[in-house]
Design a protein around this ligand. Structure first.
Ligand code: ZN
Length: 196
């Protein structure tokens, strides 16, 4: 079974003349592999949080990008031994691109398509002992720092995403992840338990 740890809780806040944001970054350990979901865009915080886990950039085997927005993906290239996965493919630093079979190779970690916030958006499903089925859903659910994070199912379904690309698809994706997950890790905001 896998272990899941939120390395960085995603945040998003407006400042005087700019924005300050970085996605949630999650570490998964399974079958001797270290996998990062969404490295985000805060380099210092990312390197610090890896150090706390006794890991260096070299120790990361896979980076999964839930979508291409730069607050989630900017740091994808800093792990020299990693391969980078998106909703469909695996990219390596020798310029090769290969389809994946909706799993991280050599593991039971699943990658499912969850479009809506972005058309190429995916989520990551991990079975753990501690939390049961964990869904790392990125911006299927996200909150700015100013918003209250309400996690009853109705509030979750109706929560406004100002950047949504396809609302109908987003609603389907939300429903899907709420049905399968015991715990959800959002793109910006705190991990939460799904209420049944
Ligand atoms: Zn985001």
């Amino acid at each position: 079974m896998a272990e899941v740890k939120v390395l960085i809780q995603g945040y998003a806040r407006g400042e005087e003349d700019s924005e300050s944001a970085s996605s949630t970054t999650t570490l998964i350990k399974e079958s001797g592999l270290n996998i990062i979901v969404d490295p985000g865009m805060n380099r210092e915080l990312l390197l610090e949080s890896l150090k706390k886990e006794n890991l260096s950039q070299k120790d990361i085997n896979y980076v999964i990008l839930t979508h291409y927005h730069l607050d989630h993906s900017l740091l994808a290239g800093i792990f020299e031994n990693a391969r980078v996965m998106d909703n469909e493919d695996i990219y390596s630093f020798d310029g090769k691109i290969k389809r994946h079979d909706r799993k991280v190779p050599g593991t039971d970690i699943k990658i499912i398509k969850t479009p809506g916030h972005d058309l190429f958006h995916c989520s990551v499903l991990v079975k753990t002992k501690e939390f049961g089925q964990v869904a790392i859903v990125s911006d299927v659910f996200w909150w700015s720092d100013e918003e209250e994070q309400k996690t009853d199912n109705e509030s979750l379904m109706n929560h406004e995403d100002p950047y949504v690309k396809n609302k109908e698809e987003l609603m389907k994706s939300r429903k899907k992840v709420l049905e399968i997950a015991d715990y959800i890790i959002p793109g910006h905001g705190k991990m939460f338990k799904v209420k049944r």
